[in-house]
Ligand binder design. Structure first.
Ligand code: FAD
Length: 413
């Protein structure tokens, strides 16, 4: 569980000083981008990681630093204030952050980089972009995506019980969301609510909801993994929203989500695999080249490499007819492989891997974190079943060509 107080023994580098000197992302070339992303993670994340893990949350100043560096605009077109880069760059950033197993930090940042900023850019009105996208990109506005409810997150169409009732001057929001990343720090929540009674996928709408609206209560949740990522439950009681709170069009939330969640799933897969790679390299270093476990480690290395290659190929063809299936396969295989590799590396590392009181309890936090990576973004089993159904459908109807997954149901981040 998250401890509620910071560990006073953790020495904190001078954040203000480092912030002033901090690198920014260099969009010049893939190599320059990668180098700048690593430099940024080294300066702004790695020194504070253990402290944030113990504290149970990243600070707001992290979002400001990442905003200054351009992180939230990686996938946002230049004309909307972003860097105008493709998903490969977003994934490269995730890998840079995950060179240390910073899965909690990565999760909190990814909500903005891979979900909120692109959604606002693609579907926001000029007014919404001005009010929300600009401050999100600058790191002045922390955002959450609130889809999951106490009744579930994988099958959103069936589980969303939060309602937004049309009123003469807007909407009345009522309901509860849970396991919402960044909620305790959030300035704005992207909330999924049912606007048409029944169970139609076209009866759900996304709303931009300022977190300080009367009727909103955020309760922090302590989580066993991703400790640096603040998580919360959010309730909405008679929350009055203006008409312009709708993102996109009423009823089209699942269409908007289907367009973005594959990108997030690929980022989760990349993060999980980076965590596995970190564990592997740490274990190999610890055991030494002559250890009898080396052939096993070499084989896991090859498996990680293959899974990473699939993620990269999927990122390159994102937006095509295969992207839902690609993302489901990458997420399921990547998260599961990472879980297995980290667990095995912990076993080979001996009892020290399970200690939680080292200055940086890295292997123990990697163990906790990889487990969660197979739950959020849609649990591996539900995502696997969706992918399997699509593959079988394609195999059973060869006359209709290769399988596509345009109907695959999106699940919560
Ligand atoms: C740390 C954390 C952060 C999160 N952040 C967010 C967020 O920011 N916003 C948001 O909206 N949501 C968030 N979530 C919620 C998350 O997206 C959902 O919990 C996830 O999609 C799983 O949904 P579910 O709870 O419906 O579980 P289910 O998919 O119903 O799964 C429950 C269990 O049943 C198992 N299961 C399901 N189907 C099968 C099957 N066919 N065979 C075998 N086993 C099966 C699963 O493996 C799982 O163990 C977060 C969750 C966590 C843990």
């Amino acid at each position: 569980m998250k401890p509620s107080t910071p560990c006073p023994a953790t020495p904190m580098p001078d954040q203000a000083l480092l912030g002033a000197l901090s690198p920014v992302l260099d969009p010049g070339s893939p190599a320059a981008f990668n180098e700048s992303a690593r430099a940024l993670a080294d300066a702004e994340i790695t020194p504070y990681l253990a402290h944030w893990e113990r504290q149970g949350s990243v600070p707001r100043s992290l979002f400001e630093a990442m905003g200054r560096a351009g992180v939230f605009g990686i996938g946002v077109p230049v004309e909307h204030g972003g860097l105008g880069l493709d998903l490969a760059h977003g994934i490269s950033f995730v890998r840079a952050v995950m060179r240390e197993p910073a899965a909690g930090v990565c999760t909190s940042l990814s909500v903005l980089t891979h979900l909120v900023a692109p959604l606002l850019s693609r579907h926001g009105t000029p007014g919404q972009r001005e009010r929300w996208l600009r401050p999100v990109l600058a790191g002045r506005c922390v955002a959450s995506v609130a889809l999951t409810e106490p009744g579930g997150g994988s099958d959103l169409v069936r589980s969303v019980a939060t309602t937004a009732r049309p009123e003469p001057d807007g909407w009345l929001l009522q309901g509860e969301k849970t396991f919402i990343t960044n909620a305790p720090l959030a300035d704005v929540l992207l909330v999924l609510a049912r606007t048409t009674p029944g169970t139609s996928a076209l009866g759900l709408t996304l709303f931009l909801v300022p977190a300080d609206l009367p009727g909103i209560v955020v309760t922090p949740l302590a989580t066993a993994g991703l400790r640096a990522s603040p998580t919360g439950r959010v309730s909405f009681e008679d929350c009055r929203l203006p008409r312009e709170a709708v993102l996109g069009r009423p009823g089209l939330a699942m269409v908007l989500l289907a367009g973005i969640l594959p990108e997030e799933r690929l980022a989760i897969a990349a993060g999980a695999l980076a965590c596995a790679r970190w564990a592997l390299e740490r274990t190999a270093h610890m055991l030494g080249a002559s250890d009898q476990a080396m052939p096993e480690l070499a084989w896991w290395d090859a498996e990680i490499e293959a899974a990473e290659t699939f993620v990269d190929a999927a990122a390159e063809r994102i937006g095509g007819p295969q992207d839902q299936l690609d993302a489901a396969l990458a997420k399921t295989t990547g998260a599961r492989l990472a879980q297995r590799v980290v667990q095995e590396c912990a076993r080979l590392s001996g009892p020290g891997a399970y200690r939680d009181d080292e200055p940086v309890p890295a292997m123990s936090s990697a163990l906790r974190d990889v487990r969660v990576l197979s739950v959020y973004g849609g649990s591996c089993e539900t995502v696997r079943d969706t992918a399997a159904a699509e593959i079988l459908r394609g195999a059973l109807t060869p006359a209709q060509g290769p399988p596509t997954t345009s109907q695959a149901a999106p699940t919560a981040p």
